[in-house]
Design a protein around this ligand. Structure first.
Ligand code: PLP
Length: 361
């Protein structure tokens, strides 16, 4: 808090509260360096960033976008709210990202883009997705909401595809209270985004775009400047927690962690644990309830599958993406945050261990 108060004193001094002020510019520069990207555009939140990025490509109304149903509602809603049609591709069983081998059969003459998700910070097969996109002349926009700060083969993950969206929501690895950004190699896209997020205003008397309002304010930018100083320490803490969970739970039959890749750095944003019902003898829902009884918060993240939401279930069948369905039905994200003690991690593991022992008695 002390750090934050110091950071916002300047805002009172210069009376610049929003509209790309000095804090906004400072955060942009710092994030470009931290994320290892050429261009960045900051937004009021990650969803607005994604919605505006899709809008910036001006796809023909009714075009199809290949994406996955194992994600937060934001990804799919951003497509639909742009008058485009989501086409759900299944995910891989080992890292829950889009199954690149199933993309091409879904491509039609209406397909305009692929919007994959780096779920839990697991980086998609970016090379193969790029090859497919080039071959079929499609745009690729990554939902990188979970992948803040990660590198793949030494390169900032925000460099892949035509654009990437990061979320700076309070619950993410790095936050600006609410916030988000688009990163891209395309400087022209950044210019279009700067108009789309500010009512289409190009100059004092030039408004040639139909834009909304999705700018980041100075107070959020100041929060980001403070939090960026601590993000490396926070990730180190998250790593230690993850390692303890794996040490404690890794040997238990029926418990699976997602596969990790050697050629990427992780931010340890989430601690997803999959409980296979046949092998573990218990269910994800039962573990969720047991943890709840002990006052331990966990989340069925992501359940239900997007294609099973009330607003989509009439148009889709989740049986068409069986791996996504299986993972969604059996996965639980358990507590991980800076400040969570290893003693508390052990207590959480005790509850899970006991539930599985009890189920197999
Ligand atoms: C958090 C999140 C978003 C939305 O970001 P906000 O900053 O909350 O608007 C989009 N996609 C995924 C996968 C997310 O986890």
């Amino acid at each position: 808090m002390e750090e934050y108060v110091k950071e916002i004193e300047g805002i009172w001094a210069n009376k610049w509260l929003t509209n790309m002020g000095p804090k906004h510019l400072e955060l942009e520069e710092k994030l470009k360096e931290y994320l290892d990207v050429e261009n960045i555009s900051l937004f009021v939140n990650g969803h607005a960033a994604l919605e505006n990025a899709i809008a910036a490509f001006d796809f023909e109304r009714g075009s199809e976008v290949i994406t996955t149903p194992f994600t937060f509602p934001s990804t799919t809603h951003a497509i639909v709210r742009n008058n485009l049609v989501p086409v759900f591709c299944d995910i891989k069983k080992d890292d829950y990202t889009i199954d690149e081998s199933k993309i091409e059969p879904l491509i039609t003459d209406k397909t305009c883009a692929i919007i994959p998700v780096h779920v839990y910070g697991n980086i998609c097969n970016v090379e193969e997705i790029e090859r497919i996109a080039k071959k079929h002349n499609l745009k690729v926009i990554y939902d990188s909401a979970h992948a803040f700060g990660e590198r793949y083969k030494g390169v900032g993950v925000g460099q892949f595809g035509d654009a990437s969206m990061f979320s700076f929501h309070a619950t993410k690895v790095f936050n600006t209270i609410e916030g988000g950004c688009i990163t891209t190699k395309d400087a022209g896209l950044i210019k279009r985004l700067s108009m789309l997020k500010n009512f289409g205003i190009e100059g004092p008397e030039t408004i040639d775009y139909i834009g909304g309002n999705a700018k980041m304010n100075e107070f959020s930018a100041a929060m980001g400047i403070c939090n960026l100083r601590h993000v490396e320490d926070n990730i180190r803490e998250r790593k230690a927690i993850t390692e303890r969970y794996i040490e404690r739970l890794g040997h238990i039959k029926g418990i699976h962690f997602n596969k990790t890749r050697d050629d990427q750095t992780y931010n340890y944003a989430y601690m997803p644990v999959l409980f296979d019902p046949a092998e573990s003898g218990t269910t994800r829902d039962r573990v969720f309830e047991r943890l709840q009884e002990e006052n331990i918060g966990s989340r069925k993240y992501f359940y239900p599958l997007v294609s099973d939401y009330g607003c989509y279930k009439n148009d889709y069948d989740s049986k068409d993406t069986p791996v996504a369905k299986y993972v969604s039905d059996n996965i639980l994200t358990i507590p991980i945050y800076p400040g969570l003690s290893i003693a508390d991690v052990d207590d959480i593991c005790d509850v899970i261990e006991e539930e599985i022992k009890h189920a197999n008695r």
